[in-house]
Design a protein around this ligand. Structure first.
Ligand code: ADP
Length: 804
């Protein structure tokens, strides 16, 4: 199945273990040269030295330099990793110090669950251990870690989840926040909490923030204990520099040699030729500088890559030469680092030059443009040289895959073959692993079609050509309609540069941007942090449940602002999670314990109430809603007709929620599940995934409700049961309701906006009094997806009754 070492997952009982150990060892030996060759390898001593001296380290490093896979291995045997006794004032007691055990494990957070799983697998292989033993992972609905685990990859959401039970993160000696530049809500909240901990109750906890973009400066400043002091230092320095630059300009114009000009060279993509690290560290902009001043950057060179960190190296760094040699003027107060509480470090990248080509004019259909570009490249460019195409989502990827495969069939025999490989989060791990392996044959080119997952999170080897559609799918909160939706939006310049950089990892490369140069210039500099563009209700609940009632004064890297926080509080209040004074109540605490958005958490809690008694059913539906692409869409009219026939039995007049429930129950009752799934055009794999999610949800829920409100699932879904289920969904989704208006369209109950039923819904084309829907997607127009029919009376009940 494409997995290199499927044995690693389970562990083999009995005598087989002997053989297995041998295999593990052989694997460690096989992978070691690859590790040694990573750019980060030679800097492990520096990284350790930095962390012996300071508690916070902010690290900037090119994608693929080895940060995520190596950092844990570099640190796991450090003295400060030992589990130890410390005195802490616990929040629950009498205010006096208590001796508690802390540490022993290192957490590495990832914004994506696939990244957490893949990295854990990889690191387990590199270290020669079974996944779940020394190296493990924990992501929503899937946990492969144990008491033995010393390096644990987890999603930022999972770390936040752990903080519910252990707000001081006592298990950990260090927390690594990886992919910090992605600025997901989870990452941002984790960083806020971590800052509170290192300067509060968990002094000595090591925090390592890793990022692939220059935003690290901001993060370093954020983590500085005395932010004002640091800021004043930077300002003063900036002033001095400005004065000095003015002097330099005069000198240069006066005809001095090009030294200054050299320093000013933008080290961007086109200029980014890799300079081998010089032993004597002279003007070696890429060399790491520990304990340097992370804020030393001109304000006007936003597009340039490192150098970021300047200043003296201290500590046990053996290398000769100091930064004083850097400055042509010799020692200078300008290079004096700010000696704060944060260490900074830059892993020099290996970036070869990449030529950038723009579309001469705007393209209307970038999938089509990508298709043509791929074949142009395939015919025009020699092998080796794989192509990486950035698209926005699974549907686009599948469409392009099909197109490329169709066209490839009619290629001449003497043209190299094409191997198309998709890469997106929902793709099963085995298939994802495929992108790391070479093509099957020598005379074959890999064409990888990826979402922005390949931008920084997964490094695909062999790529020389990047085709960038310039778009990304993002979660967007639309305050006007009070809804969160997925929108395809232009990428930021910073993302575009990252994508371009993927072409120059192993040799000089080329990047084809499927948009014009003026369009590039118009792009925003950096991606707006998710916390500023999504519904903050989840974040607020997260904060409040962890003791941060005052959500306005929390230490946000970027605060969502009063308005958004106000709306979030309001939403939580309607869901019944807050009391009249805005403090989290019992229901809110219950909701926060569930690994679900507040709305779905509310549904589950409603379903557990004796009067509703449909917890099993709600769990099945929520599991189904959380798994993507259960229903397959065959191509070809004949197949489609066949599908419609087979699916008739799930066509419930109540809508998609009950249809999904029927489907789950039907699937479960089959003895030949796979055959049944194929016959009904249902993805067997997605269903397996669904059952897995359901199992986890059940575990959470039994913990939550303590008494077993999980009575036996109903065998028949009667209209009465269906009504109860939908009423539960209304408890969570009152804001996602719309009513039929006389002109035949649906309008949202809150906001009175037009919304159409998505063609994928069983209610598509039907007219019912009112609808409740799971999500709102905005493509060509506003669509409701996951739709069920409800009565206006029920909606009214919910509106009047408030949240409880
Ligand atoms: P960074 O975090 O700096 O982006 P990583 O540590 O993730 O770098 O990756 C280092 C190298 O290891 C990359 O070249 C990548 O291709 C390789 N790698 C990472 N994960 C896997 C995997 N699961 N299988 C094969 N190679 C991998």
């Amino acid at each position: 199945n494409g997995n290199e070492f499927p044995l690693l997952d389970g562990g083999v009982p009995g005598p087989a273990i002997q053989i297995h150990q041998g295999q593990l060892k052989a694997q460690v030996a096989r992978l070691r040269p690859l590790r040694v060759n990573l750019p980060i390898w030679e800097h492990q001593g520096d990284i350790r030295a930095a962390l012996r001296e300071k508690d916070v380290l902010v690290m900037l490093g090119e994608t693929g330099s080895g940060k995520s896979t190596q950092i844990g291995q570099f640190l796991v045997n450090q003295k400060w990793m030992d589990r130890r006794k410390v005195s802490i004032t616990m929040g629950d007691g009498d205010g006096r110090d208590r001796e508690v055990m802390v540490g022993g494990c290192i957490a590495i957070t990832q914004p994506r669950r696939v990244a957490a799983i893949n990295l854990a697998r990889r690191v387990a292989q590199e270290m020669g251990c079974h996944l779940g033993d020394e190296v493990g992972y924990s992501v929503r609905f899937d946990n492969k870690s144990s008491e033995k685990t010393r390096i644990k990859f987890l999603t930022d959401g999972m770390l936040l989840q752990e903080m519910l039970h252990d707000p001081l993160l006592r298990r950990y000696s260090a927390v690594v926040v990886d992919e910090a530049h992605e600025r997901t809500v989870g990452t941002d909240l984790v960083m806020g909490f971590l800052r509170g901990l290192v300067y509060g109750k968990r002094k000595g906890l090591k925090v390592i923030v890793m990022s692939a973009t220059l935003e690290v400066e901001k993060m370093a400043l954020f983590f500085e204990k005395d932010r004002e002091g640091a800021l004043a230092f930077i300002k003063a320095k900036e002033e001095r520099r400005k004065g000095k630059e003015r002097r330099k300009v005069v000198e240069v114009n006066g005809g001095t040699n090009g030294k200054v000009a050299h320093e000013e060279l933008p080290n961007g993509i086109e200029e980014g030729k890799h300079k081998k690290k010089k032993k004597k560290g002279k003007q070696d902009a890429g060399a790491p500088r520990i304990n340097g001043n992370p804020y030393d950057r001109k304000s006007d060179d936003k597009d340039s890559s490192p150098p970021l960190v300047n200043g003296d190296r201290k500590g046990s760094v053996e290398e000769g030469g100091s930064s004083n040699e850097r400055s042509p003027e010799g020692p200078d107060s300008e290079d004096e680092p700010y000696d704060g509480t944060v260490a900074a470090f830059t892993v020099p990248g290996r970036q070869f030059p990449v030529e950038i080509y723009y579309a001469p004019e705007s393209v209307a259909d970038y999938v089509d443009a990508a298709l043509r570009t791929v074949f142009q490249l395939h015919y025009g460019q020699p092998l080796p040289g794989d192509i990486l195409v950035f698209l926005t989502g699974q549907e686009e990827i599948e469409a392009l895959q099909k197109l490329i495969q169709d066209y490839a069939e009619s290629m001449d025999k003497n043209v190299p073959k094409i191997l198309v490989l998709p890469l997106y989060s929902a793709l099963p791990p085995g298939l994802q692993q495929r992108v790391f392996q070479p093509a099957y044959e020598k005379n074959m080119r890999k064409v990888i079609l990826s979402t922005n997952i390949a931008e920084t999170s997964v490094t695909v080897p062999g790529v020389r050509h990047v085709v960038d559609c310039g778009k990304v799918k993002t979660k967007q909160y639309r305050p006007k309609i009070g809804l969160e939706s997925l929108l395809i939006t232009p990428v930021s310049k910073s993302s575009a540069l990252q994508r371009t950089g993927r072409a120059g990892r192993e040799a000089a490369g080329k990047c084809y941007r499927l948009y014009t140069e003026p369009d590039f210039i118009k792009l925003a500099e950096v991606t707006v942090p998710e916390i500023l563009r999504c519904d903050v209700a989840s974040s607020i609940l997260t904060l409040k449940a962890r003791g941060q009632e005052d959500v306005l004064s929390f230490d946000y890297l970027d605060s969502p602002g009063r308005d958004a926080l106000g709306r979030g509080l309001e939403h939580l209040y309607t869901l019944g999670a807050l009391d009249n004074s805005g403090r989290i109540n019992e229901l809110g605490h219950k909701m926060a314990k569930l690994p679900l958005v507040p709305a779905l958490a509310r549904v589950l809690i409603a379903a557990a109430e004796p009067a509703m008694d449909c917890l099993h059913e709600a769990i099945d539906i929520i599991a189904a809603l959380s798994v993507e692409n259960i229903l397959l869409t065959p191509t070809g009219d004949e197949k489609r007709e066949q599908m419609e026939g087979e699916r008739k039995e799930f066509d419930r007049r109540e809508g998609d929620h009950i249809m999904l429930l029927t489907l789950v129950r039907e699937y479960e009752s089959q003895s030949q599940k796979k055959t049944w799934a194929e016959k009904h055009f249902v993805s067997h794999r997605a269903m397996q995934n669904l059952l897995d999610v359901r199992k986890q949800l059940k575990q959470y829920t039994t913990r939550l409700t303590s008494t077993s409100s999980l009575s036996t699932p109903a065998t028949v879904i009667t209209p009465d049961l269906a009504t109860r289920i939908l009423k539960c969904f209304l408890k969570g989704f009152l804001h996602n309701t719309a009513r039929l208006v006389p002109d035949g369209s649906y309008r949202t109950v809150v906001g009175n906006q037009v919304v159409a039923i998505h063609p994928s819904s069983v209610l598509f084309g039907k007219k019912v009094e009112a609808i409740v829907y799971h999500e709102f997607v905005y493509t060509t127009r506003a669509f409701a997806r996951g739709v069920s029919a409800v009565e206006m009376g029920w909606v009214g009940e919910g509106l009047v009754g408030g949240g409880s």
